[in-house]
Each structure stands twice: as structure tokens, then as C-alpha cells.
Design a protein around this ligand. Structure first.
Ligand code: PLP
Length: 527
């Protein structure tokens, strides 16, 4: 630069001291917030007024980071999902960790995505995959990738299954009406049929097999379904075992499925999005016996491992098959020896993504911080807490336990005086869940079992305490009584509206008919 030349504009701060001061302020507030999480309200809905700042036009001129931060504090921060609070038990999400917050900051500053290049971040993700492979007792031939989540991991697994058990020519020639089908229980997560849909096989290529009374795949029905489909000219290529269904946490008999898949020459994929973490617990890893025999395993780190979003994992036991199913050669991404592209792993050859974040860094830091045993301890704690909740529900004269275990998922409902019809009871339980959420007491989610709407508590929460479950049960009892008292009045109003020919659907009706695993069905009957 010649003396006197003015610097050209950049996006970095003009005044680094001012930036440092603001960064410290943000950090202080963040640490205070993290410290305050145990007593934070679970959720707060946005009013119309709260939404208005999100309707302003594109800012033509910037107002500076301090002003942007003030907007964040005013408009965004008061309305989080609530997933980091000790009473978040909805759907299937983890809370994050305090070290994960700092790791995310370090990761953003390190700014080294894992694409095709060689830098320490490549070694971080490689090591994370090695650690997970070791913990899950997968063979040394395994290769894997860190994905945006379980859905993408399931997609990758089924793409490899299609390649290995279907045909390799599909990559260039397309599926061309191939009648390949994949089996799994009716409780399988919808990301499996969605993956088959995206792979060109169609969601109907997922063959839903009935479950037993424990919500596990019925092996006899599986065998029959396969024989029937073969007679019809379909070609079974794979079977999916669940290591924790999203509704009830059921675990399919993985060992038996591995035997069966071997005999039938099918690809054996395990969806362990929720449950795979249990292998970190000496007490509970036995629940997943057979998981190590899968051809592929999908699971999430942003669920029961409490990692910051978003990070999931796919492991494929025959690692070459993973590369074969996804690699592409192009001039601009070709590795050049002894250069920045001389990478020990080309992650782009292990899935659909080219550019992706260094997803493993928070987990790498978290493992070094806490050690694997601590994650096992969290699994044990959540399991014990869920059995504690189960006990509280059983002890309550107003509540009814529907399904609990083997993972920390408990489904129960308010039953009250037993004077309400099933329909009214279903409505009451839906209102109960939304009231508990709206009042900021806790975040369970809706579910329905055998036509019974219920409160579903999926406890993957590293922050929960026993007292949080006591508070939930107390709220369910109190609100249940309140709602039951109101139900009579509503029934009278409903009759009046219907007679007037103006029956209105609740705007949430469609959503309510969604299972928490996302499958749209015409009724609340899941199984
Ligand atoms: C059993 C199961 N599989 C797959 C998924 C999809 O995972 P993700 O939301 O990380 O894409 C979920 C999500 O809840 C799940 O519960």
C-alpha cells in the first residue's frame, strides 16, 4: 500500500475498542442469561405488536452494531423457543449447553467450514466421527459425516442403501420406475418416507409394518409383508430399525432385525436420532443391543447430546459405500497434493452438501470439557426423572398414564371426573398442553395414542430437576380441573353454534391432526 492511500471499505469495525466494549457487554449479558435459565419462563407467545418490528423494509443504511444489538434485545431475545429452559420437553430437542454457546462463538470466529479443504477443523470433525464410531462400537471400516440433523442423516443412509442394494447405475440413469421398497414400523419417523420421496422412489416405497403392544415393529408382520411384496414384483432393499421412536421412545428389536436383514439380504438402517445417545450410559446401553450391527446409523447430536443446532451424524459401516454413493470429480474441487485441498476427508463426497459448517467443534469442546461419562450420567438422570414423572402420574387420581419408556418419553392425559366424553377429553387435553405452554409453565408437546390425545414429555433435558416434573404434574391437575369445569359451558355453546349452521374449525385443527412426528393422518390414531 502506498503511503497516504485510503483503506477500502470492509465489514469490520471502524473502531475495535468500541467493538471490544460491546462484545464484553454482550458476553456479560449472555452469561447472566445462561445463569438465569433455571428460573426462566418456558415460553411467551408473540402478540401482533411484538411481530411488527419484523415487517419493516430492508434497511438501506446501517445504524451500527450497537443499534442492531438493541433491536435484538428488544424484539428477538424476549421470545425464544424456550428449548434451553429446564421445563422444555416438547418434540425431540436438546437444551444446548453453556460451553456450547462459547464453542459456537469460537467456531464462528474460526470460520473454517468443512468442504474439501485441509485445516484443523477437518481433523476435529474426523476425530468426532472416530469418537462416535468407537462409542457405538461400529467397525473400523466405518465412514461418516456430520449432517444438519437426523433427517439428512436418514436421507444419506437410504441413498447408500439404494446404491448398494438397488443399483449403482441409478446415480447416472435415475430410478426409472424401479420398484424398490424399504420397511419400518408404523411408528417410524416421517423423514424416512420423505427421504424415499426425495430419492425418486416415492414415499409409498416405505412399507409401514404394524407394531406390537410395546410399539415395536412386529417381526412376523414384517416377514409377511416382505413375502407379499416380493410376490407382487416389488424389490425389498432395506429395513429400518428404530432406536427410539419419536412418539413413545420405543426401541425395535435391533439384534433380531440385524439377523433378519442379513438373512433377507436387506440393508439394515437404524434411526437412532433420539436414542443412540443411550450407548454412553453403562446402565442403559443394553437397551440398544444390536445397534452396532447396522449397515448405517443416523442420530442427532442436537437432541440428547445437548449440542447447539444444527448437528446430526451418519455412520456407514462399509465406508467405501458411502463414498461410492456420493462422490463427484470436478476440476475445481480436485485435490492437489500438498495444498489446501489435500484434505484427509472430503466431506462433500459423503452427502449432498458441498459447503457445510465445522459442525463437530462444539461437541469436540463439550467432550473435552465434560468427558463421555458425564453424558452417560445425563442419560441416567433423564431416565430416572422420567420414571419419577411416571410415578407422579400414577399417583394422581386425575391423570392417566398411557405409555412410558423405555426411553425418557412419558405420555399421559388428564382424565378427571370421568364424566367427559372421549371427544371432550381429547379437546381438553389439547387445550391443557396449549395452556401449559402459553402460561409459560413448561413445554410438553401434543400426542395421541390409540385415539387418546395426551401430554407428551420427551425428557432429553440436561437442565431439568425433579421439582420441574412436580410443577408440571401440579399444573396439569389444576388446569385440568379448570378446563373440565369450562368444558360443560363450551359443549352448550358448541351445540348452539352447530344448530345455527356456523360450525367453525379452530385454525389449529389441521396442526392438531399432525402427529408430533409430523405425519398427517385423518384421525388421532397413530398405530
Ligand atoms: C426418530 C427421529 N428420527 C429423525 C428425526 C429427524 O431429525 P432432525 O429433526 O434432526 O432432522 C427426528 C426428529 O425429531 C426423530 O425424532
Amino acid at each position: 500500500m502506498k503511503h497516504g492511500d485510503a483503506l477500502e471499505p470492509t465489514l469490520d469495525p471502524a473502531d475495535w475498542d468500541d467493538f471490544r466494549e460491546l462484545a464484553r457487554e454482550m458476553m456479560d449479558t449472555t452469561v447472566d442469561d445462561l445463569k438465569g435459565l433455571p428460573t426462566r419462563r418456558a415460553w411467551r407467545p408473540l402478540s401482533d405488536e411484538d411481530k411488527s418490528p419484523f415487517a419493516t423494509p430492508l434497511p438501506r443504511e446501517g445504524r451500527g452494531l450497537r443499534a442492531a444489538y438493541q433491536d435484538f434485545l428488544k424484539f428477538v431475545k424476549p421470545f425464544p423457543f424456550g428449548q434451553f429452559t429446564p421445563r422444555f420437553w416438547g418434540w425431540a430437542g436438546g437444551t444446548g449447553t453453556s460451553d456450547g454457546v462459547l464453542a459456537s462463538l469460537l467456531n464462528a470466529a474460526f470460520h473454517s467450514p468443512n468442504i474439501i479443504h485441509h485445516h484443523a477443523g477437518t481433523w476435529v470433525d474426523r476425530q468426532v466421527l472416530d469418537w462416535l464410531r468407537e462409542a457405538l462400537a461400529f467397525p473400523k471400516t466405518t465412514k461418516g459425516n456430520l449432517t444438519s440433523g437426523g433427517s439428512l442423516a436418514n436421507f444419506i443412509a437410504l441413498a447408500v442403501a439404494r446404491h448398494v442394494k438397488g443399483s449403482k447405475s441409478v446415480r447416472s440413469r435415475g430410478v426409472r420406475g424401479k420398484k424398490w421398497v424399504v420397511y419400518g414400523s408404523t411408528a417410524t419417523h416421517y423423514s424416512i418416507p420423505k427421504a424415499l420421496d426425495m430419492l425418486g422412489l416415492g414415499s409409498d416405497a416405505f412399507r409401514a409394518v404394524p407394531v406390537t403392544e410395546r410399539f415395536e415393529i412386529n417381526l412376523a408382520s414384517l416377514e409377511k409383508a416382505i413375502a407379499r411384496d416380493r410376490k407382487r414384483g416389488l424389490k425389498p432393499i432395506g429395513v429400518v430399525g428404530n432406536a427410539g421412536t419419536v412418539g413413545t421412545g420405543a426401541i425395535d428389536p435391533l439384534d433380531a432385525l440385524a439377523d433378519f436383514a442379513g438373512e433377507e439380504k436387506l440393508w439394515f438402517h437404524v434411526d437412532g436420532a433420539i436414542g443412540a445417545t443411550a450407548v454412553f450410559s453403562g446402565r442403559h446401553r443394553g437397551l440398544l443391543k444390536g445397534i452396532e450391527r447396522a449397515d448405517s446409523l443416523a442420530f442427532d447430536l442436537h437432541k440428547w447430546f445437548s449440542q447447539p443446532y444444527d448437528v446430526g451424524c451418519i455412520l456407514v459401516a462399509d465406508g467405501r459405500a458411502l463414498d461410492d454413493a456420493f462422490s463427484y470429480q470436478t476440476a475445481y474441487t480436485s485435490p492437489v497434493p500438498d495444498s489446501l485441498t489435500d484434505s484427509p476427508i472430503v466431506f462433500a463426497n459423503r452427502g449432498p452438501e458441498l459447503s457445510r459448517a465445522l459442525r463437530g467443534l462444539p461437541f469436540w469442546i463439550s467432550m473435552k470439557t465434560h468427558g463421555a461419562a458425564k453424558f452417560g450420567q445425563m442419560v441416567d438422570k433423564n431416565m430416572t426423572q422420567s420414571r419419577f414423572l411416571e410415578g407422579l402420574v400414577k399417583d394422581s387420581p386425575n391423570l392417566e398414564l398411557l405409555v412410558s419408556g423405555p426411553l425418557p418419553i412419558v405420555n399421559f392425559r388428564y382424565r378427571g371426573s370421568r364424566r367427559l366424553s372421549e371427544k371432550a377429553l381429547n379437546q381438553l387435553n389439547e387445550s391443557l398442553v396449549s395452556e401449559i405452554q402459553k402460561r409459560g409453565i413448561a413445554i410438553p408437546s401434543f400426542y395421541a395414542i390409540g385415539g387418546k390425545s395426551c401430554v407428551r414429555v420427551c425428557n432429553l433435558n440436561q437442565r431439568s430437576q425433579r421439582s420441574d416434573f412436580e410443577a408440571l404434574v401440579q399444573a396439569c391437575e389444576q388446569l385440568g380441573v379448570e378446563l373440565e369445569a369450562r368444558a360443560g359451558d363450551k359443549a352448550v355453546q358448541h351445540v348452539k353454534i352447530c344448530r345455527g349452521g356456523t360450525t367453525r374449525r379452530h385454525p389449529d385443527d389441521r396442526k392438531r391432526r399432525n402427529h408430533s412426528d409430523g405425519r398427517l393422518t385423518p384421525s388421532h390414531d397413530t398405530y
